[in-house]
Design a protein around this ligand. Structure first.
Ligand SMILES: Cc1ncc(COP(=O)(O)O)c(C=O)c1O
Length: 411
């Protein structure tokens, strides 16, 4: 296990109280807390380095630009890629997926083509495709999910083989079931089809070693705020030869080569996809978050969450009346557990947990299609990170007991 005592001491918010109790933060799939180093990096940037990037010829602007570019270097190493020119900063994973849906849609897709997603996607990897399909005329198809929240691999292979699939866009790890999907199984089918693979890494990059080189994807998208960084910064990594062929997603300053009154030409990549002033302080702070995680080691982060999840799954399963959605075992899963208590609405579970200072999520988790598979409208969800401990799990278990008592659930 990680040295959580030391790690916790780096997170000011974890010293605060919530409803009179020490805060137990178990909503990390939603967003993570920030270490002092990240918080201070934002204030230091505005104190010492603030200027716009890629514009000024004066020293301060060059300094800000160097810091912004350095953040890209850190991110590119973190995800096992090589060229910082392949990193586009966006405001979050959602914007990254919109960028890909509209830019790839405009560049490569036509009526009759298919974009294949899974039936368990976060809405951020479904709705942008639906919107883009209305403009570019392609069709969105979804792979069936098992009740555990895993891809139905037979259906996956069959759809890739038989449909005119041009793009497969899927989550690497699920935000509702916690499943880590077997990307290595689908890559050969996608390559044979000469389709492109987009991975939504919002729930994988923060929690496990991720290497685009090893995964064999064409694009990877994730959010900074789910990996200790600030809100307002996300990442798209894409293969340069593809990015160079792609039309821009938004227009404005910074993304052009030449502008005439009726037409324009585009800058090189990644600037072509970063219209307007980017989130500069946020990018720099994301670089600091990457440093923090790298110092711990992503293998150690993954192991820590795995142990905690195993412990939590064991403890939750001892409580009668509690049902787990998603895998009950540790096979290919990360630190997210969706659950419910028969006869209690998940919002009531989360509200009662909150009275004990325990922050958990309740709802459809922006994954209504997965809720459909589970035949429920909502679940309660806990999700772990580097500062969580078995004691946090014990507090959760006590609170679940309290929920059952309040609602007089006997078994
Ligand atoms: C799997 C997955 N994809 C995409 C997103 C969207 O992330 P953001 O809201 O930071 O854009 C989330 C957020 O929960 C997610 O879990």
């Amino acid at each position: 296990m990680l040295d959580t005592k030391h790690i916790k001491s780096n997170f000011p918010i974890l010293k605060t109280k919530s409803n009179g109790y020490s805060l137990v933060y178990l909503d990390n799939a939603s967003t993570t807390q920030k270490p002092k180093a990240v918080i201070e990096s934002i204030s230091n940037f505005y104190r010492k380095d603030n200027a716009n990037v890629h514009r000024g010829v004066y020293s301060l602007s060059e300094q800000a630009t160097a810091k912004y570019e350095e953040a890209k270097e850190k991110v590119v190493r973190f995800i096992g890629a090589k060229d910082a020119k392949e990193i586009i900063f966006t405001k979050n994973a959602t914007e990254g997926l919109n960028l890909l849906a509209f830019s790839l849609g405009k560049t490569f897709l036509k009526k009759g083509d298919v974009v294949l997603v899974s039936g368990g996607e976060h809405h951020s990897n479904l709705v942008p495709w639906q919107l883009a399909s209305q403009i570019f005329g392609f069709t969105v198809e979804a792979v069936k999910m098992t009740v555990e929240g895993r891809w139905d691999l037979g259906d996956f292979q069959n759809k890739i083989k038989t449909l005119p699939v041009k793009i497969v866009s899927v989550a690497h790890a699920s935000n509702s079931s916690g499943v880590i999907h077997p990307v290595e199984k689908i890559v050969p089918w996608i390559r044979e089809k000469k389709a492109l693979l987009i991975l939504d890494g919002a729930q994988s990059v923060p929690h496990m070693p991720v290497s685009v080189a090893r995964l064999g994807c064409d694009f990877l998208v994730f959010s900074g705020h789910k990996m200790l960084g600030p809100t307002g910064i996300g990442v798209v990594w894409g293969k340069k030869d593809l990015l160079l062929q792609m039309e821009p997603y938004q227009g404005g300053g910074g993304m052009i080569r030449e502008v005439h009154l009726t037409e324009s030409t585009w800058a090189d990549v990644p600037e072509r996809f970063e219209a307007g002033t980017p989130p500069i302080a946020e990018a720099v702070a994301l670089g600091v978050a990457v440093d923090y995680l790298s110092a711990i080691g992503m293998g150690a982060v993954f192991e820590h969450e795995k142990q905690l999840t195993e412990y939590a799954l064991g403890e939750i399963q001892k409580i009668s009346g509690v049902e787990i959605y998603g895998p009950m075992d540790m096979i290919s899963r990360g630190g997210i557990i969706s659950f419910g208590i028969r006869g209690v609405h998940p919002h009531d579970i989360a509200t009662i947990c909150d009275t004990f200072g325990i922050a958990i999520r309740a709802g459809h988790h922006c994954s209504q299609s997965m809720m459909g598979v589970w035949k429920t409208e909502a679940t309660a969800r806990v999700s772990f990170y580097i500062y969580n401990t078995e004691k946090d799990v014990d507090e959760l278990i006590k609170a679940i007991g309290k929920v059952k008592r309040v609602f007089q659930i006997k078994n």
